[in-house]
Design a protein around this ligand. Structure first.
Ligand SMILES: Cc1cc2nc3c(=O)[nH]c(=O)nc-3n(C[C@H](O)[C@H](O)[C@H](O)COP(=O)(O)OP(=O)(O)OC[C@H]3O[C@@H](n4cnc5c(N)ncnc54)[C@H](O)[C@@H]3O)c2cc1C
Length: 383
């Protein structure tokens, strides 16, 4: 049973779009994901097809070559990507597409006209680079520097764990432009892949999400024109903060979608698998476990719906709600996935069963885009 959809939130048009998106993932992603996992890469042809299908750059208006659409269209796409079998592998690579929104919000007219038409077609892929070897949760402590020199900025430093380094064409790089000013001294620059001084380092081997490659970057006296400054000088933290709320909610939605898929796969599995002369489903233990998981999923869905209703009322994702969503939904996903693997028995540990892939991918959701501890910290501080 796919995701439950509240008709008071999503319109008929959203549901028509949902069918398009679901069909796209079922036909263009799910059958290929095993191969992409092995190659640690998603072929460019996939992104071009996604562009053609109108599921990249949702919200980017036609004047920049985009498919249009509203926030709920993006939610639909995110829900369906999370629920798809491939979502577990391609999630971090796919979510880079959210950066179209940042470009719309903070890009100069020139930057929008240059990059958005290519991004929405899948011809230009982005990587968002904040994390460094010595700085992750503590964003303000990044050390990559950008120093003004005439009409240019000169960038030096290193980034790590960056999603999509193998195929990114454009990097959004968070740098310190005023090292003494902490979070108020961060600026973001757009750096093209072939810029001299940009070194693409190792692709790192990971626990899961294999198709979304991750790795290291180095900047050595890399020069970018001052026109590549993205957002205000020393205002990079504001740029990050604006996207943070949407990003947190979207990762909560992905976690819920993945947990729902694992649940559905598990119900199907236990109804077919037999032991001691009956199906695994027939054991009361199994039904009790599944009942607990269903309760978790339903409560999670109700919370997502609440966040969406707030958005519909105010036009903004509420920061407090998004932070709770990013804390609770991935932790709920962790509980659900662990039980789903258990109910699969040995099959749950085998990569060829999607539940295994969902399990390793899902572990990321408590770490990435703000760890669970940072969510607790922020919820606690606001009390
Ligand atoms: C698959 C993957 C994809 C990624 N993609 C990208 C990307 O595209 N771009 C990018 O910039 N980054 C990316 N990251 C990096 C990711 O955002 C960071 O790993 C994450 O923010 C955590 O930072 P860290 O790894 O440095 O952990 P740390 O900040 O070192 O944290 C280590 C532990 O300490 C805890 N901790 C830290 N501070 C506190 C505190 N104040 N109170 C209590 N506990 C605390 C954390 O919660 C965590 O449990 C990716 C990471 C992964 C694994």
């Amino acid at each position: 049973m796919p995701l439950k959809v509240d008709p008071d939130i999503f319109s008929h048009e959203h549901e028509v779009f949902r069918r398009t998106v679901r069909h796209f993932f079922e036909t263009e992603a799910d059958p290929h994901v095993e191969q992409w996992d092995e190659a640690h890469a998603i072929p460019r042809s996939f992104w071009l097809k996604a562009g053609e299908a109108g599921i990249l750059g949702i919200g980017v208006p036609e004047e920049y070559g985009g498919p249009g659409g509203d926030f709920l269209d993006r939610v639909v796409m995110t829900q369906e990507m999370g629920y798809s079998i491939a979502g577990a592998s391609i999630g971090p690579a796919f979510q880079r597409d959210q950066m179209c929104e940042q470009l719309m919000d903070f890009g100069t007219e020139q930057q929008k006209r240059t990059w958005l038409p290519k991004m929405v077609k899948g011809e230009c892929l982005l990587a968002f680079t904040v994390t460094e070897p010595d700085s992750g949760s503590d964003l303000a402590s990044i050390r990559t520097s950008a120093v003004r020199d005439g009409d240019d900025y000169v960038i030096n430093g290193a980034k790590t764990y960056i999603s999509g380094i193998a195929d990114a064409d454009l990097f959004m790089v968070a740098c310190k432009t005023d090292p003494a000013a902490g979070s108020r001294g961060i600026s973001i620059f757009l750096v093209e892949r072939d810029t001299p001084g940009l070194g693409i380092g190792r692709v790192l081997k990971k626990m899961g999400c294999h198709a979304s490659n991750n790795g290291e970057l180095h900047f050595e006296n890399l020069r970018v024109p001052a026109a590549n400054l993205f957002g205000p000088l020393n205002g990079g933290f504001k740029v990050l903060a604006k996207s943070l709320n949407r990003d947190r909610l979207m990762w909560g939605i992905i976690a819920h979608g993945a947990a729902t898929r694992a649940f559905d796969l598990t119900v199907e599995f236990v109804k077919n698998r037999k032991a001691f002369g009956q199906t695994i489903f027939d054991f009361q233990n199994t039904q009790f476990k599944l009942a607990d998981l269903k309760a978790d999923l339903d409560v999670g869905q109700a919370y997502i719906d609440r966040c969406l209703r707030t958005y519909l009322r105010t036009g903004e994702v509420d920061m407090g709600e998004a932070t709770v969503a990013k804390l609770w939904l991935p932790e709920m996903e962790g509980r659900v996935l662990d039980q789903c693997v258990q109910l699969h028995g040995g099959a749950g540990y085998m990569h060829e069963y999607p539940v295994s892939r969902l399990f390793t991918a899902g572990r990321l959701h408590r770490i990435f885009a703000g760890t669970a501890e940072i969510m607790r910290l922020q919820i606690g501080r606001a009390l």
